[in-house]
Design a protein around this ligand. Structure first.
Ligand SMILES: [Fe+2]
Ligand SMILES: [Fe+2]
Length: 276
């Protein structure tokens, strides 16, 4: 890759090329998030080749107890891989959408994007070990359905931090913990290890989102806590009830630096059955 690779080109390729290899190609070593003269605003829908294209219809996550069946494990791995791929695309989208943000935040997002690429690869490899691939499973557009909401949200990048980091990734703390255990109980230690790895990285992603949300909300002295900043900026239909999975992991949230107020609010929030 050339020395003068520009970060907008890297992000744009993730959104406009439909193949998995391009979307998961690592960022060039020389890439920096230095400001550039022009960034074309991204479309609110990524390109996806036929075997990655979004599908409508059921995208039910198998119950943890079902993971003794290889077919349920494959369904689960495909769903997680697609979620990671959507995260890759959405961080690329956010970098292009708000090029004026502090360099340190954009560097953080670029590092998270690289983590999401790695997570996607790990799940895809486990899917291959089950003699399957993403093309054989439903591929929900769940995150992308809300891109217009994010693009137009009055709180802009703060809404992105609230939705991506403090709702979807916070919820993933619960899902990855629960499913790590379920894979292990189902006899698939390798997939369990992937979930555990993703879980650990997710603690860091949630921590980063919380830190930057407070900072962009003018809360260096803790005048306004993380919960207030979250409730102020998170757009409908997201909110505390969406920031958790089937089994609540308060300890992972503490490790991510969330306040006890925030943790309690999420734990108490009425959740829809099923989660996801
Ligand atoms: Fe991830
Ligand atoms: Fe993440």
């Amino acid at each position: 890759m050339s020395q003068d690779e520009r970060w907008p080109d890297f992000c744009r390729r993730i959104l406009t090329c439909g193949d998995l290899e391009t979307k998961l190609a690592p960022a060039p070593a020389a890439l920096s998030t230095a400001p550039v003269a022009a960034v074309v605003p991204p479309v609110n829908r990524p390109a996806r080749d036929a075997r990655l294209a979004f599908t409508s219809g059921a995208d039910r996550l198998p119950r943890p107890a079902a993971l003794c069946e290889a077919s349920a494990r494959a369904a689960c791995l495909a769903r997680f891989a697609n979620h990671e791929l959507m995260a890759v695309e959405l961080f690329a989208w956010a970098l292009l959408r708000w090029p004026e943000l502090p360099v340190a935040l954009r560097e953080g997002w670029l590092a998270v994007l690289a983590d999401e690429q790695r997570h996607c690869r790990l799940y895809v490899a486990r899917l291959a070990a089950h003699e399957s691939d993403l093309g054989e499973h439903p591929r929900s557009d769940y995150f992308w359905r809300h891109a217009d909401t994010l693009a137009d949200a009055p709180h802009g990048p703060r809404a992105f931090l609230s939705v991506m980091g403090l709702t979807l990734e916070q919820a993933n703390l619960d899902f990855t913990g629960l499913y790590a255990q379920a894979f292990r109980a189902g006899g698939d230690d390798a997939s369990a290890a992937v979930c555990e790895r993703v879980h650990e990285d997710e603690v860091g992603h949630v921590a980063m989102a919380a830190r930057w949300l407070r900072r962009l909300s003018g809360d260096d002295g803790n005048a306004k806590g993380d919960l207030d900043a979250y409730l102020e900026t998170v757009p409908f239909p997201f909110g505390p009830h969406r920031a958790k999975g089937r089994r609540f992991d308060a300890e992972a949230r503490r490790r991510a630096g969330l306040s006890e107020r925030f943790i309690e609010e999420v734990e108490r929030a009425r959740s829809k059955a099923g989660g996801g």
